[in-house]
Design a protein around this ligand. Structure first.
Ligand SMILES: Nc1nc2c(ncn2[C@@H]2O[C@H](COP(=O)(O)OP(=O)(O)OP(=O)(O)O)[C@@H](O)[C@H]2O)c(=O)[nH]1
Ligand SMILES: [Mg+2]
Length: 461
């Protein structure tokens, strides 16, 4: 995508260097890692949320996000904002403080854990003599670094362009207003921006088409998986909750698990045989985060839709995190947007809440965690790291998928070689008798697998 990058830089100059989200790639060419300082503007609003994280916790999360890319974190602070400044968001005094930090610590990038308008970004960059990026740009950067499948890359690129386009529009209206009646100043700037918008729109259209193709392929895979004789169990949860660690423990696979936000971006699937002999397909997914920019939710919708296909969902939670409950609420929220209601116990997919990182809590603290917050009937305390509690978790999975295999007897017509082959491959045949109309087969089978198969392949009773 080098031509996007070239354009961004050039257009950025014409617009005063403000709007582009060309990423930090160029900084990584330096020998040293870029030196980053994180600012969490604590914006006071009238609409106090019921569950509100502390500004300190938000700053910590923003720092964690910054560390998810290859940078050197120099520090961070909370800046109270009583009144948003249109030009710079934060007040003049605070800018002076940051200027000093910028100089003394040779900061390359300031991350503002907020949404900045293109104008604010440009002004802050000028004042601080450093690059300034906002929360959306940072998350885009992380996603860009992590995407490893074609679909992931396309999704990130699409989100990137949508971001650029939205900022282009805003900066354009801004210029328009500035110019006012001075018609003679119009011309080149405007047409340039219009041309940029058209180029971006064209690219977005092309990307969407490409994504559709990839999605089609995935639907085919999914259809194939639907026929897969094993139930699908999906791990979901807030970023860094320990999904990949649990995935690795259950599958003994080596999936990148790191103390880094968004270590996993593309869903990973693997077949696992449980101690009971039941086979499942376990799927690891991208982590969630609060205030995920809407365009990113949209971009990753397709990936997360995999979760909708699951026969069982394991909601992995970091029980040792002080905001564990709020994180859980965030996850529930995003899934609701996808049409999965984790709180609806009786309808839809069964859900197990795995309260992870039990090794970091005392038994009493864990006991309290199990009882607090939204009531959940299926909470299991585990430590994905030490393995404690995972046996109980596995037992719950078995129970919820249906403990005992079905024992069934079916008459398979002689013409239906497919059904007989399926049974031979996926069920335990107890007896088989050749009768007039076909084989009468008595077999033992995983109920979920049988449901899947018999739905697509009705048999006479
Ligand atoms: N102490 C402790 N640490 C754990 C446990 N499970 C996971 N971790 C650590 O938590 C960090 C995050 O784990 P991951 O498995 O990468 O988390 P994830 O949910 O897959 O994160 P994303 O892919 O970023 O969404 C790693 O440093 C793990 O070693 C646990 O049971 N106890
Ligand atoms: Mg992961």
């Amino acid at each position: 995508m080098s031509d996007t990058d070239d354009r961004s830089e050039r257009d950025g100059d014409q617009n005063g260097g403000g709007w582009s989200a060309e990423g930090l790639g160029y900084l990584q060419k330096r020998v040293d890692k870029p030196r980053v300082y994180v600012v969490h503007p604590d914006i006071r609003s009238d609409t106090a949320e019921l569950l509100e994280r502390s500004p300190a916790a938000k700053l910590e999360e923003a720092k964690g996000l910054a560390e998810a890319i290859d940078i050197e974190l120099m520090g961070g602070e909370i800046i109270p904002v009583r009144k948003r400044r249109a030009a710079t968001l934060i007040g003049e005094g605070k800018i002076e403080d940051l200027k000093a930090i910028s100089e003394n610590q040779e900061i390359d990038v300031f991350v503002f854990d907020a949404e900045l308008t293109p104008v604010q970004q440009r002004n802050l960059e000028r004042e601080l003599k450093a690059k300034v990026i906002d929360r959306t740009a940072l998350i885009l950067e992380i996603f860009g670094n992590r995407a490893s499948t074609r679909e992931g890359e396309l999704q990130v690129e699409l989100a990137h362009l949508t971001y650029q386009k939205s900022r282009l529009v805003r900066s354009w209206t801004h210029l328009e207003r500035q110019r006012g009646g001075a018609g003679f100043m119009g011309g080149p700037g405007e047409t340039q921006i219009e041309a940029d918008r058209r180029i971006i729109s064209d690219k977005i259209t092309r990307l969407k088409r490409a994504l559709k193709d990839v999605a089609k392929t995935r639907t085919l895979h999914r259809a194939r998986r639907q026929k897969a004789p094993y139930p699908i169990v999906a791990l979901v949860g807030y970023t860094n909750a320990g999904k990949s660690t649990l995935f690795n423990r259950l599958t003994r696979a080596e999936v990148l698990a790191e103390d880094m936000l968004f270590a996993t971006l593309d869903p990973t699937m693997r077949a696992v045989e449980m101690p009971s002999g039941r086979k499942i397909i376990l799927s690891d997914t991208v982590g969630f985060i609060s205030n995920l920019p809407t365009m990113l939710v949209a971009a990753f919708r397709a990936t997360l839709e995999e979760v909708c296909e699951a026969d069982l969902i394991i909601h992995v939670r970091d029980a040792s995190h002080e905001d564990s409950d709020i994180q859980a609420a965030d996850v529930t929220e995003v899934l609701k947007e996808l049409g999965i209601d984790l709180d609806a116990f009786d309808t839809g997919v069964p859900v197990i809440e795995a309260l992870n990182k039990g090794d970091l809590l005392s038994p009493e603290e864990m006991e309290a965690r199990i009882r607090e917050g939204v009531r959940h009937p299926d909470r299991v305390a585990i430590s994905a790291l030490s393995g404690e509690g995972t046996d109980t978790l596995i037992a719950r999975i078995d129970t919820l998928l249906g403990t005992a295999d079905y024992k069934l007897t079916k008459l398979i017509p002689y013409s239906d070689g497919k059904a007989r082959a399926w049974l031979k491959a996926n069920a335990k045949i107890l007896s088989e008798n050749a009768e007039e109309e076909g084989f009468r087969i008595e077999f033992q089978v995983d109920p979920v697998a049988w449901d899947r198969f018999s739905k697509n392949h009705p048999l006479p009773d």
